[in-house]
Each structure stands twice: as structure tokens, then as C-alpha cells.
Design a protein around this ligand. Structure first.
Ligand SMILES: [Cu+2]
Length: 160
């Protein structure tokens, strides 16, 4: 094989590679991205003889729950409502579906700045799907009405 023919062959292979890469990225961009989330409530507890019940109030709004020591056992508990994962990262232009399941808390009345300003509900034992095209890059909050201020997620849309 001559040097020129060899070079031409290498060029064709390289161009094919670039073309295939371009096609693959194009297909990925058109695909729907499903992100699985859960409405959760991590909880901790201890008896007052081991750790005294903290007198300081937690922020109001339903997001934090603190139960005073039980009369019989002396056990007190603290919990927080959260989205899991609390931060969701997608790329601009992606078709996104958030598939949310309710694990704890009877109901979460939620909305997402810019992408889903209308309220939707996530109920315990049920799946709620929210779909949108992430057309605008930025940082957006995922709010829950019943569990402020703690149950606030973040949607990050990375610019292309
Ligand atoms: Cu909630």
C-alpha cells in the first residue's frame, strides 16, 4: 500500500468514527431520561437517659419532626422529609421524566420552578411521573408544600 492510499484509508476510518460518534450522541439526545426519586423520611431516636431531649425548636413548616420523650420508654425521635436523590442533574435539551414514589408521608404536594409550576401529588405507595424537555439551563427548586423548608430538591440543567 502506498503512503497516500494508506493516509486516505486512515482518513476514511477517522471520518466514519466521527460520523458514528455524532449519530450516537444524536440518538442519546433524543432519548428520554428517566430519573427515579423517592419521598423519604430518615429518622433517628434515642432514650432521654442516654441523650437529653433537645430544648431548641426545629424550623416550622412540617419538614422537620421532633417527638418528645415517650412517657413509658423515654424514647424521643427526630426525622426530616426529603427527596432522594435531592439533587438531579440533566443536560439541556434532554427529555426528562422524574419517576417519584412515595415512601413516607401520606402526601407531598409538589411543584418544580419553571418546568412544572402546577402542583402534582406524590402519595405513599404510588408512582407519580413528571415529564418535560429541559430546554433552559439553570438551577431550579423542587418544592414540597407539606414539608417546608427541608423537603426541597434541586434540578440542575447543564448548558449544552
Ligand atoms: Cu413532602
Amino acid at each position: 500500500m502506498s503512503y497516500k492510499r494508506g493516509l486516505a484509508l486512515v482518513s476514511v476510518i477517522a471520518m466514519t468514527g466521527v460520523l458514528l460518534l455524532g449519530l450516537t450522541l444524536g440518538v442519546q439526545a433524543a432519548e428520554e431520561r428517566v430519573i427515579y426519586m423517592a419521598a423519604i423520611e430518615p429518622k433517628g431516636g434515642v432514650t432521654a437517659d442516654k441523650e437529653p431531649y433537645p430544648a431548641v425548636e426545629l424550623p416550622k413548616g412540617g419538614g422537620y419532626v421532633k417527638k418528645a420523650p415517650d412517657a413509658a420508654t423515654g424514647r424521643w425521635e427526630v426525622s426530616v422529609y426529603q427527596w432522594s436523590p435531592a439533587t438531579v442533574v440533566v443536560r439541556q435539551g434532554e427529555r426528562v421524566t422524574l419517576e417519584m414514589v412515595g415512601i413516607n408521608g401520606a402526601k407531598h404536594t409538589a411543584h418544580i420552578d419553571k418546568y412544572h409550576p402546577a402542583h402534582f401529588e406524590v402519595k405513599r405507595g404510588e408512582i407519580t411521573r413528571v415529564s418535560f424537555v429541559a430546554d433552559t439551563p439553570g438551577i431550579f427548586k423542587i418544592h414540597c408544600k407539606e414539608h417546608e423548608p427541608a423537603m426541597e430538591g434541586t434540578l440542575i440543567v447543564l448548558p449544552r
